[in-house]
Design a protein around this ligand. Sequence first.
Ligand SMILES: [Zn+2]
Length: 334
Amino acid sequence: MSRFGNTGRAFGAIVALALCVFVQSAVAAVPVVTRFRSPKNADRPVRKGTSLIVLHTTEAPAKGSLRHLSERGECHYCVTEDGTVYQIVDRHRVAFHAGTSMWNGKTNVDNFSVGIECVGYHDKAMPMAQIKSIRALVKELQGLYKLSDDKVVTHSMVAYSEPNKWHKKKCRGRKRCGMLFAMPSVRAALGLKKRAAFDPDVKAKRLVVGDDTLLPQVLYGKRDTMRKAYGTAQVAALPKKPLPPPKGGAAPAVRPSVPVPAPAFRKIPQSIPELKAQGFVSVGSVAKKNLPINIVGAKWNSPDTYYTIRGRVIAGNILDPYHVEEGMNVWVKK
Ligand SMILES: [Zn+2]
């Protein structure tokens, strides 16, 4: 969702406003802010069961993400960089967060899961304040729904593609969303000991793997493979040792007394002039016989490849194969 503008100053204002409307949810230990509660709430059916917690990354700054998630009712909670937990959709109702999805043979994961959006990127470290809040929220939900650690999954684990022009079969690898939450080091920071050991739908041959290297390595590999793939920045902000368990399910520190500095995310270009300023050049235009893979090969879905169409800039790692259009310009660094 790289189309959203910068948060910067506006985000500070949102936090300040939000602090004024803190409410303690009825059962929960984790305080939530309801300023962005979705207008879709009342329309959403009550979920029949809850067997998964799905973690997402917004791939965009907080301000635009909160607005967008709220308007469309696309998650139950959104956790921002300073550790504030926003409630978007009531947790017992269905939120539309997982899209085309399957886990263990059951499709439409929205119908049996809670979705948590975390402001940030699937391949970037998150500030400790945010990790602590995600940890407390996950723990609370695990307790409420009696879910073991391996039932806490990432969107990338459950998303799949229907057959398309690249893959003739239904395949895993449609999204990289939330991938960092599969990394052993990040899970340790979240206090999660167990992780799904394999992809049940790939194992049962219901799906094939569409992203053949990075995805299975990161989601099911033993080590922090993504650290290798993306450099060391990813885990720099995480502690070497797991955090001590929270005392009596204590609420996370969501009221920072000092302003939290913005995390050092790379600056994502938002316009063609910004792409040019960062040294990107257009290397081709997408057409029926000139698909992204023909233009830039395996880098078609790299975070360092960008696509532009009608003024929008979309990073390759966010590009959904369904949304590839003729006339899209492809940009890479010179
Ligand atoms: Zn997602």
